[in-house]
Design a binder for this molecule. Structure first.
Ligand code: 2AM
Length: 456
């Protein structure tokens, strides 16, 4: 019988949990994995009339209702192309292959084109929420067109998380690589906010001498405010966790090296390509690279000592968190705006703010305000103008106490530069014209000018 409504290929944790999520909504789900053992394990533990496993890819494909909808949850990269080739002989014209991994959007665009030649529809879908989200309700960012949406709406609505109004955190974002692009920027924002959380933590442990449990209280307060977020919630959990063996706070025992596997770097490269200053995301990405220079940090710290003096600065951390997170979001949105223009995606930012309200890693109550901002056409500076005084106190105290604040400084400098009509780029233009005859424009006359600088 060909009555499975959805197929999942790739049954590592994310794929297995997504399959269980579909099945738990009584959506008949077919599962397949290259190594059959994983399929067996999933079916042995969770199989039922809504969750059916197949050993052969042909049987898996034939079990699906047409047009078939197959979500790939395999490793990003070559595996996606391999699976497409394996599937191809068994698929029919008009079937849908959906890549639910973290693929680079340009790869997705190439696959869309290639599959079109095969008569297949290829869709790139960002999925956020980690293992728990996949199982109980992720935020879904599918590059599906409005025309194709009716074929997916019912099943994707059911498995997605809910926004603050109770609507499903999924929307048809458009054609091509847009779903993976939105997911990439989502992850970039995630990098920036995590770095800012880490900077608040660093300041408190070094300057204020607080232990992890005490620092958790600061984030607890944020969680009780209009700035509540998933990341600040899990910060409380991570900070409070004690190591069973030693009884110490676990975070104090974790090695201070964080890798950057792709999406933060991709976002930064896209931002540079498009000339969009996503400075908080870039600094967060670079800060992870810097964290890996552990030996150098150790060595230099022996030469340059630190003394931390509490200068008794008293700061409203809610406002700090709000300022930093808002700028991370704004910079991400600015990049999305530019990409939307360039690729003719016609992205709906009210919808992007909505589908990030539940399930995903960057979900926060602040997205309600950001959504309103887009609805009303407000300026983002209005959202955070009242937080500036607190941010200045934080930057000042950190500077005096020699604490690095790469992401917060980037946010602060972005705010200052973006709200100053005069940028010192006039001098840069003068210098460029001096050594390279690059020419400049003037504020008092129309035209392109070159000065003969060597003439006194
Ligand atoms: P496996 O269990 O057979 O290794 C995450 O690695 C998931 O991607 C796993 O389900 C893994 O299958 C699958 N995967 C990785 N490379 C693959 C490939 N080339 N073809 C099919 N599945 C692949």
């Amino acid at each position: 019988m060909s009555d499975n409504q959805i197929g999942i290929i790739g049954l590592a944790v994310m794929g297995a949990n997504l399959a269980r999520n579909f099945a738990s909504r009584n959506i008949k789900t077919a599962v397949y994995n290259r190594t059959f053992q994983r399929t067996e394990e999933l079916i042995n533990n969770h199989g039922n009339e809504f969750l059916n496993g197949y050993e052969k890819i042909e049987d898996f494909v034939n079990s699906l209702a047409k047009p078939r909808k197959i979500i790939l949850m395999v490793k990003a990269g070559a595996a996606i192309d391999q699976v497409i080739e394996e599937l191809k002989p068994f698929l029919s014209e008009g079937d849908y292959v959906i890549d639910g991994g973290n693929s680079f959007y340009e790869d997705t665009e190439k696959r869309v084109k290639k599959c079109k030649e095969y008569g297949l529809n290829f869709i790139g879908m960002g999925i956020s929420g980690g293992e728990e989200g996949a199982l109980k309700g992720p935020s879904l960012m599918p590059g599906i067109t409005k025309e194709d949406w009716p074929k997916f709406e019912n099943i994707l609505d059911q498995i997605a998380a809910k926004d603050f109004q109770g609507q499903a955190c999924v929307t048809p974002l458009g054609y091509g690589g847009v779903g993976h692009y939105v997911k990439m920027v989502h992850n970039g924002i995630e990098y920036a906010i995590m770095q800012m959380i880490a900077e608040i933590y660093d300041y408190h442990r070094k300057v204020k001498g607080l232990d992890a449990g005490q620092i958790a209280e600061i984030f607890e307060k944020i969680n009780q405010s209009e700035n509540q977020s998933f990341l600040s919630e899990i910060t409380v959990q991570v900070l409070r966790r004690k190591d069973i063996e030693s009884g110490k706070f676990l975070v104090d025992l974790i090695l201070d090296r964080a890798s950057q596997k792709g999406t933060g770097g991709w976002t930064s490269i896209e931002a540079i390509k498009n000339g969009i200053p996503t400075t908080t995301i870039m600094e967060a990405t670079m800060s992870r690279s810097l964290s890996f220079l552990k030996n150098e940090r150790n060595n230099f710290s022996k030469i340059i000592g630190r003394t931390f003096n509490d200068d008794e600065a008293s700061v409203d951390w809610n406002q700090i968190y709000r300022f930093g997170s808002s700028i991370a979001f704004i910079q991400g949105f600015e990049l999305l705006k530019e990409a939307s223009k360039e690729h003719n995606w016609d992205l709906d930012f009210v919808e992007v703010c909505r589908i990030w309200q539940g399930g995903c890693i960057i979900r926060t109550k602040m997205l309600i305000e950001l959504q309103e901002m887009f609805k009303k056409g407000q300026k983002w500076v209005e959202l955070i103008q009242n937080n500036l005084e607190e941010v200045k106190k934080f930057i000042l105290s950190s500077t005096q106490n020699e604490i690095a604040l790469p992401a917060f400084s980037a946010a602060y400098n972005y705010f200052l530069s973006m709200t100053d009509k005069d940028h010192p780029a006039n001098l840069i233009q003068g210098l460029r014209d001096y050594f390279g005859a690059h020419t400049f424009e003037r504020i008092d006359k129309e035209g392109i000018f070159h000065e003969n600088w060597l003439n006194e």
